[in-house]
Design a binder for this molecule. Structure first.
Ligand code: SF4
Length: 300
């Protein structure tokens, strides 16, 4: 971790400096500007999943001057992220409520501390060569910024890479803090038939007669998670863990740990190679550590 404020600085000051650095990098050497005619389809989208980290949550609490637990309860929850996958595996993480509660008169009401995924969009698509393909997706039809050239200087591309590194560190840390492990996934593969029947039951009669093969709506997975899985560990303990962050000592300890490069080195493997994957079997969550390379999971 690079030095953002003086070593040994008060953790609260360190957090302020860290979030300021993020906000500065958000626009440094960038030619991107939101189109004035943009109707903010992303921020208004009911399907939008904005992942947030513990650092985002602390930044929000500071900005809104509310306890961390209140901010979590009011504006966030656990969510299931497809994470680029097309199968029935979802990553579990914290997300903003939908539609985003911070859009005010088409402006972001928390702009200086907006979550990193909001900062990264849409430039990271350009940096990763995904802009053209994303623009073609039906979901992004109304995103004006995806339908015009997006130029990234080499300097800006380097800054995007740095922001993505910060995000990787924040998400790994958040997952370990909330769930006691690096990335945590739910594998709904063993429930595919039951979920497909539920999906069919919820469809309009014409669609149910001829359902698209293998499609299970995200909303149905989220509903199943809320109904059956969120009350089981490790997910059931999340709200209580977040509550501890209203204790100053616990918060300072957490921020010191976040700056500890040795701690990250130790946990890096759980991010890169082995994820914790849960399946819901006979009313219980069973976990296995396994690789989630896409090729192993193309059969659903
Ligand atoms: S936090 Fe701000 S930028 Fe992000 S979705 Fe909400 S309003 Fe939009």
């Amino acid at each position: 971790m690079e030095v953002i404020s003086a070593p040994g600085a008060d953790p609260r000051q360190w957090l302020v400096a860290y979030l300021r650095t993020r906000a500065r990098l958000a626009s440094l050497a960038s030619d991107f500007q939101c189109d004035p005619d943009c109707s903010r389809p992303g921020c208004k989208n009911l399907d939008l999943l904005v992942q947030v980290s513990i650092l985002d949550l602390l930044g929000l609490a500071g900005r809104l001057k509310e306890p961390v637990a209140t901010v979590y309860r009011r504006y966030c929850s656990l969510g299931l992220f497809p994470d680029g996958r097309t199968d029935l595996i979802r990553m579990v993480g914290m997300k903003l409520q939908r539609p985003c509660p911070f859009l005010e008169n088409d402006l972001c009401g928390i702009y200086p501390v907006r979550p990193l995924p909001c900062i990264l969009f849409p430039e990271y698509l350009g940096a990763e060569g995904k802009l053209a393909a994303t623009a073609k997706e039906e979901h992004f039809r109304d995103y004006l910024c995806l339908h015009r050239p997006l130029l990234l200087s080499p300097e800006r591309a380097g800054i995007m890479a740095r922001l993505k590194q910060m995000w990787a560190r924040e998400t790994l840390f958040t997952s370990i803090y909330l769930f006691g492990h690096g990335p945590c996934y739910l594998d709904f593969g063993n429930l595919a038939r039951e979920l497909q029947q539920r999906a069919k039951a919820g469809m309009a009669p014409e669609a149910a007669e001829n359902p698209a093969p293998g499609t299970i709506p995200q909303s149905l997975l989220e509903g199943f998670f809320g109904e059956h899985l969120a009350r089981l560990q490790p997910f059931a303990g999340v709200a209580a863990k977040i509550e501890t962050l209203d204790n100053r000592e616990a918060r300072e300890q957490l921020l010191r740990l976040f700056q500890d490069n040795l701690w990250f080195k130790k946990h890096k493997q759980s991010r890169d190679e082995r994820a914790l994957v849960f399946q819901f079997v006979k009313g219980k969550l069973k976990a296995t550590r396994r690789s989630l390379l896409p090729r192993e999971y193309t059969f659903y």
